[in-house]
Design a protein around this ligand. Structure first.
Ligand code: ZN
Length: 150
């Protein structure tokens, strides 16, 4: 028990770390960035195929921006700054592509099934889909369903 207490609280410091606001920002960035692996793993295990949910890209973006700010304003180390200076570009691009793909889905007028973009016929009932006239539905991150007229 004493060794565990010593591991958590050592030399008057939590985990032996000299804490500051920037240390909290840096460790928060580490925690957010690391958590994306569990999100992606969970989504893949749930569907039994490799998937990358949008939450993965949001966590990547938030974590990398926290780590970049830590590197820029606290660490001021060129290697660390460069490591996170450009990673936000593919994260934002992937979020844009995810959103455009979700918005391009077509709702079948006959049975209300959501069909993949550019589908000619409904997956469920076989009814012809009219891309220009059918409303598309997108599911927001909160699970709400939002209609978008096409
Ligand atoms: Zn249908």
């Amino acid at each position: 028990m004493h060794s565990l207490t010593n591991l958590i609280w050592h030399d008057g410091k939590l985990f032996g770390i000299q804490w500051s606001v920037w240390k909290v920002v840096g460790w928060l960035g580490n925690a957010v960035f690391f958590s994306r692996f569990f999100v992606q793993w969970y989504a893949t295990e749930k569907l039994k195929r490799v998937v990358v949910p949008t939450a993965f890209w949001w966590l990547s973006l938030a974590g990398s921006l926290l780590l970049l700010s830590y590197a820029l304003f606290y660490q001021r180390d060129s290697v660390f700054i460069f490591a996170y200076a450009f990673t936000w570009i593919p994260y934002i691009r992937n979020l844009i592509i995810h959103r455009r793909h979700a918005e391009a889905h077509l709702r079948c007028a006959a049975c209300a099934t959501l069909c993949p973009p550019h589908s000619s016929f409904c997956l469920a009932c076989g009814a012809q889909l009219k891309e220009g006239s059918v409303a598309a539905e997108i599911r927001t991150s909160k699970g709400e369903i939002r209609m978008k007229s096409k």
